[in-house]
Design a protein around this ligand. Structure first.
Ligand code: GAR
Length: 201
């Protein structure tokens, strides 16, 4: 499957996909292209280093609709079949989601449906939860509300900070995102409403 990765910044999840691909762990995924919405996104450096083509489509100077149309046009030209949101911090339009229905994968740093949105770590700490984690899920029209493919939990320590929790969760994001992508690309995901089953080999 030809995969387009979308990122907004650091791109450590993008790097996790690159590393997994280089280790042969996502044989059904071809990391064909990176799209970033910020011209200084560090993810670009990772793409360059690993010779992955990339495109910058800035979002600050376009409407949401214009941005999504530009991305959709590019994805179509590149024959991209699966889209991964790897730290992509924008909401997509219903048209975008419908075009790639059940073919957009997102990684989120909380145990959804708790703490959706852009400040998952802060919200989890503020709430006082004892356990949080990360979720790999398909994207629907809501905010971090699509069917769940995989989750991993972590236990919060006394005095956990936003930064320490983010670090703790990130290493599990890097594990489940490539696994979820491989499942999606290999056709092993069976979707029944909100429920996802993984076909066994
Ligand atoms: C990751 O923790 C990802 O889960 C989160 O942003 C970070 C991006 O890091 N995404 C969201 O919060 C989406 N709602 P990265 O750029 O190093 O992959």
């Amino acid at each position: 499957m030809r995969v387009g990765v979308m990122a907004s910044g650091r791109g450590s999840n993008f790097q996790a996909l690159i590393d997994a691909a280089e280790r042969g762990e996502i044989p059904d995924a071809d990391l064909a292209h990176l799209i970033v919405n910020k011209k200084d996104a560090y993810a670009i450096k990772r793409a360059k280093k690993h010779r992955i083509n990339y495109t910058v489509i800035t979002s600050h100077d376009r409407t949401r609709g214009e941005f999504d149309q530009s991305v959709l046009k590019l994805l179509k030209e590149l024959n991209i079949e699966i889209v991964v949101l790897a730290g992509f911090m924008r909401i997509l339009t219903p048209e975008f989601i419908d075009t790639y229905r059940n073919r957009i994968l997102n990684i989120h740093p909380s145990l959804l449906p708790s703490f959706p949105g852009a400040n998952a770590h802060r919200d989890a700490i503020k709430y006082g939860v004892k356990v949080s984690g990360c979720t790999a899920h398909l994207v629907d029209e809501g905010i971090d509300s699509g069917p769940i493919i995989m989750q991993t939990s972590v236990t919060l320590s006394d005095g956990e900070t936003e930064e320490s929790l983010a670090d703790k969760i990130l290493k599990y994001e890097h594990q489940i995102l490539p696994k979820a992508l491989q499942l999606l690309c290999s056709g092993k995901i069976v979707i029944n409403g909100r429920h996802i089953k993984i076909k066994s080999d």
